[in-house]
Structures are given as C-alpha cells and as structure tokens.
Design a protein. Structure first.
Length: 295
C-alpha cells in the first residue's frame, strides 16, 4: 500500500526533512505544500535540498512517485467576481507547476475553486478556462481536482461537477481527481455503501481519472456539507468502512494520504498508519499519542 500523510516542509531541511518525517511515521508516501497554503510567500526551490532528499529516498527505497504536492488554498480559479483574484490564481498555479517539476513531483492536488455567489455554472466555466490556460503546453504534470464537501459556494461538490470540469479541459492527460473521503461523505455520498459510490464515480467520471485519495474520517453526519476532518475510526464514516476503501483492489495502486487532525498539536500519523497496516482499530489512539509526547 502507498500510504502516508501530510508532512511539513520547512527550513532548514525542507524536502529532506519532509521525507524523514514521513519515514518516522512508517509511511512510504507523503503530501507536501511548497509553502504556507494560505499565502503566496515562497522561498526558492534551490533551498529545498532536493538532491539530498532524492539521494536519501534512493538509499531507503522511498519512491518519489509517491510524493504529492497540494496547491495552496488561496488559488481560486472559479472567481468571476474579482478579475485580479482569478489572475493571481492562474499565475500562482503556473508557479506551482514549475515548483512541482523542480521537486520532480507529478501530481498536484487542487481545490477546484469557489464561484463566490456568482453561481455554479459561472464558477465551473471559469475553472475550465483557468485550467486550459495553465495546462496548455504541459505533459509531465497532473492537476488532480479534489472532491469538495459542498460548503459555501465551493465548486466540485459532486461527481457531476468534477466531470463537467474534466469535459471542458482540453489537455486530458494532465487532469485527474483526488477523492477525499471526508469531503464526499459530507457532500452526501454514503461510504457505508462504498461499492455503490465507486460505481457512481466510474460511471460519471471514470476510474482512470482517479489519481490519489485523501483518507479522513468526518466529524459530521452524512450530507452535512461542513468539511471537518476526524481521526481514523473516530468519526461518522467509521474504521471498517475506511479500511474497505484503503484495501479496495481497484484502488491499491493509488497513493493514499491522511489529513486527520493533530491531537493537542501532535501528529497522530504513526499510530493511524499502524492501525491501517494491522487493520485493527485502536480506541486508545489519542491517549497513546499524548503519552508518546509526554515520554
């Protein structure tokens, strides 16, 4: 299984430090941001210790194909209300693509965008326009549109909306989907009947477009449209249902990333990955995480 979590990429070791953090969790995959996801501030990739990170990965057998880059949240290709916000989104996404290439990362997860009360159709069409602009001459990168929970004026809250975007993108080899379990649950897709949900995805979008999974439980009931992640097995989706998704034979080739919440500012990923690998729910997860920090 290609399993990991979000890890930090900060000074001074950046990518090298991120890989070492992932390995400390027992992971063989990871997701990073090239900088703070809420801002446009970025440091030069020359500081990222990319050669050192790749040398370390080679020495331990960590496949760089298992690294996912998440685009910053401030990118909103769906904004038709403020042209300057849309222009910033296009320009910054182009920069993210260049950073991904320098990191030798092939998949960038992107929140499709928000229509900012202009209506879904307007937002979706603007997203298509933006993607066609940034992907015009690309061939070695994939933008994986993340399925959204449906809060506010988010676009991409249904498989149909994701399909609409994909249909409008001209460069099909550079577009894909990131399926987030918390998001689709909150959007109303019943993951206690995952085979049905996967069939819907395949019928509407096509499984060949699925490139990466975000594995999160949800603090909310089905269809709440709120997007509040929960630790594995402690939410409304449930451990057994998430295990079914993680080990589904049609999805075994995909990278799976945990974005579950920290416990008192402590990452729970080592313990959650251990639960997933053993398929045994640990009801004492939070106590174990806190105890580890105290020791």
């Amino acid at each position: 299984m290609k399993l990991g979590s979000h890890v930090s990429m900060s000074a001074p070791d950046y990518l090298l430090g991120a890989v070492k953090e992932a390995v400390s969790y027992g992971a063989n995959a990871m997701m990073i941001y090239s900088g703070a996801p809420q801002t446009t501030k970025r440091v030069s990739t020359s500081l990222f210790k990319i050669p050192e990170a790749h040398q370390y990965m080679d020495s331990i057998g960590f496949d760089k194909e298992n690294i996912i880059l998440h685009a910053p949240y401030i990118i909103n290709l769906g904004n038709t209300v403020k042209p300057e916000t849309y222009a910033l989104a296009v320009d910054f996404l182009k920069q993210e693509i260049n950073r991904a290439k320098q990191l030798q990362v092939k998949i960038i997860v992107l929140h499709p965008g928000s229509h900012v009360q202009a209506g879904s159709e307007a937002g979706l069409n603007k997203i298509i326009e933006g993607l066609n602009t940034v992907l015009n001459d690309e061939k070695d990168i994939i933008i994986a549109l993340e399925t959204m929970a449906g809060k506010g004026s988010e676009c991409g809250r249904s498989f149909e909306e994701i399909k609409y975007i994909i249909d409008g993108v001209q460069n099909k080899q550079c577009i894909g989907v990131c399926l987030d379990t918390c998001h689709i649950w909150d959007a109303g897709y019943d993951l206690t009947q995952f085979e049905n949900v996967l069939d819907q995805f395949d019928t509407i979008i096509g499984l060949h477009y699925l490139k990466v999974l975000h594995i999160n439980d949800s603090k909310n009931s089905l269809g709440a449209s709120k997007d509040r992640h929960e630790n594995i097995g402690f939410g409304h989706i449930g451990f057994e249902n998430l295990i079914e998704i993680l080990y589904h034979p049609k999805l075994m080739h995909l990278v799976k990333i945990l974005e579950t919440p920290y416990i008192n500012d402590i990452p729970p990923y080592k313990e959650e990955i251990a639960m997933i690998k053993t398929k045994k729910f640990n009801a004492n997860l939070r106590e174990d995480v806190l105890s580890k920090n105290e020791n």
